[in-house]
Design a protein around this ligand. Structure first.
Ligand SMILES: Cc1ncc(C[n+]2csc(CCOP(=O)(O)OP(=O)(O)O)c2C)c(N)n1
Length: 312
């Protein structure tokens, strides 16, 4: 059976607040990084697979100031934006994906399996939830007010481990923040064919606090979530956040099953289109800066030799 998306499109993005340069620069750095990867693939310069977060860049950038360096972040298969929002520097990640010298995980983690300081990603859907709950238990016992933040997609709400983790997180009062990027589709399966009920209802069933984020405005998102994340930290309680977001690119590289008119509609409400229109001078300057930064990173990494894995 061929599944096509019939999901009702969310309202087009309207006004966005002006961002500090560092937030906008970071969002554009992620955008150009992801576009560079698709370009490298199309020229046969990358192997393996990769999943870009085109359209979703603002989510980890909004979370950036709400999380502390001492918090743990668990990421998933679409995690380059999560990584760049935490570490900001694209070269080590690009080297990792290309298997070149300077790779953050010696080139054995690739696009989906990164470990650096308190950041871990896994391509196994839902796997990070029980691990994050365990880390949240440790953080609670350490008593420093740190939390474990875990990104999952809408499709990962079908994984059993997600529910075991939520159950334990609520029972044991763990500081676990579940950041759901609901982009309306899981690989080729639209939301209405993959998810019974709602994510809100599922959080409610465990008595877990829940927030729904419809905005793409980084400052508005921070204002909405700051008290909730603070409460999760202060009171040591789990929190589920659901971001309504858009996956503008294919699932991985050339595998988009959505009809052209739907993709056009998604592109129309892309945050870059709205932001460029509202703040053209700031956008143009930072867009050029970040385009060049990523082009330079590509030139640099392409000129390097292969990465070497040295076991610790
Ligand atoms: C346990 C497991 N099952 C299946 C897959 C294959 N797979 C990779 S991404 C994906 C869809 C994920 O959808 P979602 O969680 O909504 O994230 P999105 O890709 O939309 O960002 C699937 C099924 C996997 N990586 N892990």
């Amino acid at each position: 059976m061929t599944l096509t998306t019939t999901l009702e499109l969310w309202e087009p993005q309207t006004a966005l607040g002006q961002l500090p340069d560092e937030d906008l620069a970071l969002m554009l750095r992620i955008r150009h990084f992801e576009q560079a990867l698709l370009d490298l693939f199309s020229r046969g310069k990358l192997s393996g697979t990769t999943h870009t977060c085109l359209g979703q860049e603002y989510v980890p950038v909004a979370m950036r100031t709400l999380l502390r360096p001492s918090d743990y972040v668990f990421s998933h298969h679409r995690g380059h934006g999560h990584y760049l929002a935490r570490f900001e520097e694209p070269t080590g990640l690009l080297a990792e994906i290309m298997g070149r010298e300077g790779a953050v995980c010696g080139g054995v983690g690739g696009s989906q399996h990164i470990y650096r300081d308190r950041f871990l990603s896994s391509g196994v859907q839902g796997e990070s939830m029980p691990v994050a709950a365990g880390v949240a238990l440790h953080l609670k016992r350490a008593g420093q007010g740190d939390l474990a933040a875990v990104y999952i997609g809408d499709g990962s709400w079908s994984a059993g481990g997600v529910y075991e983790a939520l159950n334990i997180a609520k029972l044991w009062h763990l500081p676990l923040v579940v950041l759901t990027e609901n982009n309306g589709i899981a690989l080729s399966t639209p939301l209405e064919c993959e998810l019974a009920g709602t994510i809100a209802g599922r959080a409610r069933a465990f008595g877990v606090a829940y927030a729904h984020v419809a905005s793409k405005d980084v400052c508005a998102i921070r204002a909405q979530l700051a008290p909730l994340v603070d409460a999760a930290r202060r009171d040591s309680e789990p929190l589920v956040v659901e971001f309504e977001t858009d996956r503008l690119g294919p699932h991985s590289k050339g595998d988009d099953t959505r009809p052209a008119h739907e993709l056009d509609a998604l592109r129309e409400r892309d945050w870059t289109a709205a932001y460029r229109e509202q703040f053209p001078a700031q956008f143009a300057a930072l867009d050029a800066q970040e385009r060049e930064r990523i082009a330079q990173a590509v030139r640099d990494v392409e000129s390097r030799g292969p990465s070497v894995w040295r076991q610790a």
